[in-house]
Design a protein around this ligand. Structure first.
Ligand code: C5P
Length: 392
């Protein structure tokens, strides 16, 4: 996707500027042609020479003394696919929101003839300040793309949102700048992975769902411009960049989390392999094999999350999954009616569970559309395109 594309990297004065060096290196490694624009403050953290040595085609530091270019802020984004400001300080966001053009980078942002993306990096209090949030809202409304910020420990010792995303994550999310924004700002809620139902404090019942398909859908939705909340059962998968994740263990915890979140969302994609049953009364102490007979487990039914969401008065557009061992289409269509949802993504357990590929059929009331076997990423993109068609 990046091969041969011209990317202009804007660097401002944040300690995260050291990560921009790695970002540039990775962009070039993936075939992008890069030039860099640095503010004065950025040059206190890293030098133009660093970017030149890493392979930048040009490094612009001022509008005035650039020998090879007459009007740097105008020329900089000619033929560019994206102007990515990373790190983007609160100051550059404020200037860009107001259209201030008092240095070469802010002028280049104002003159940009390509999409502009910001990867914010600042102290968490500066990020949450009303002024910054107003500027972010204004820039978003003006069409700018925000990549991050991430949250975690900051250089100043504070903890919270405001860290720049890691270069690898930024590159992943940047693909969204090239992909059509099919679900622009649509709020999408996704469940993924297995659930775990305790028998006693150390044992439980779970299933073979890896979470890979749900996580791939979360990633595809973010790349299509959606705001994504992912409610995940126990899985070690890495959270896709830009996704808000809530971890749960049991089906009831997943139900509670979904019901809490669903009113804020327009689309619900229920990918999780939710346990239909749980142990009615899990033992509070570990069951010992020496002193007891084989334990008798009494089961009770879990709430059906998808059916409950679909039955809500202001239900979002709901998509279910059906993992079957046989009679794929019939079983999936029965589920579609039982849960009262417009779309079921049907797959055979042997094609889907714990695999990196999947072969699915989109089952609707009056149609069943098989997709050719593909990676879970490709299936995710196809599903996002299908949902975008239905909700637009
Ligand atoms: O009910 P069944 O497991 O056959 O249906 C599968 C679909 O229903 C999936 O989309 C799954 O996420 C959802 N489901 C649910 N809550 C349950 C059981 C399944 O949301 N308790």
């Amino acid at each position: 996707m990046l091969t041969g594309q011209k990317i202009v990297l804007g660097v401002t004065g944040s300690i995260a500027a050291y990560k921009s060096c790695e970002l540039l290196r990775l962009l070039i490694k993936r075939g992008a042609r890069c030039s860099v624009i640095m503010t004065q403050a950025a040059q206190r953290f890293v030098t133009p020479l660093t970017f030149e040595a890493l392979g930048a085609e040009s490094v612009i530091t001022s509008d005035w003394d650039q020998a090879d270019c007459a009007i740097p802020h105008i020329e900089a984004t000619r033929d560019a696919k994206l102007l990515l400001v990373a790190p983007a300080t609160a100051n550059i966001l404020a200037k860009a929101a107001q259209g201030i053009a008092d240095d070469v980078l802010s002028a280049a942002i104002l003159a940009a003839r390509c999409p502009v993306a910001f990867a914010p990096a600042m102290n968490t209090y500066m990020w949450h300040n009303n002024a910054t949030q107003r500027n972010v809202a204004q820039l978003t409304q003006d069409g700018a793309i925000f990549l991050g910020p991430d949250s975690g420990e900051q250089a100043c010792g504070d903890v919270g949102s405001g860290r720049m995303l890691e270069p690898e994550d930024l590159i992943e999310l940047m693909q969204g700048a090239f992909a059509p924004r099919l679900l622009d700002r649509c709020r999408v809620l996704i469940t993924a992975g297995p659930t775990y139902e305790p028998i006693d404090p150390v044992r439980g019942i779970t299933n073979l769902s890896s979470g890979k398909q749900g996580f791939a859908i979360a990633k595809a939705a973010v790349l299509a411009g959606a705001e994504v909340t992912l409610i995940a059962g126990p899985t070690a998968l890495k959270t896709p960049a830009g996704v808000r994740r809530i971890d749960v263990l049991t089906a009831r915890e997943m139900y509670e989390a979904v019901m809490e979140e669903v009113p804020r969302h327009e689309v619900f994609i229920s990918v999780a392999a939710v346990a239909d049953w749980r142990i009615e009364k899990p033992a509070t102490h570990k069951i010992k094999k020496e002193f007891t007979q084989a334990p008798e487990l009494t089961f009770t039914e879990n709430p059906d999350i998808l059916a409950s969401v679909a039955a809500l008065e202001n239900a979002p557009y709901c998509v279910g999954f059906a993992a079957e061992t046989d009679n794929l289409i019939d079983n999936a269509r029965a589920k579609l009616y039982r849960k009262n949802v417009p779309l079921i993504v049907a797959n055979l357990v042997k094609d889907a569970m714990n695999k990196d590929t999947n072969a699915v059929v989109f089952v609707e009331r009056d149609a069943a559309t098989p997709l050719t076997k593909a990676t879970k990423e490709a299936v995710a993109q196809a599903l996002i395109a299908k949902i975008a068609q239905e909700v637009s």
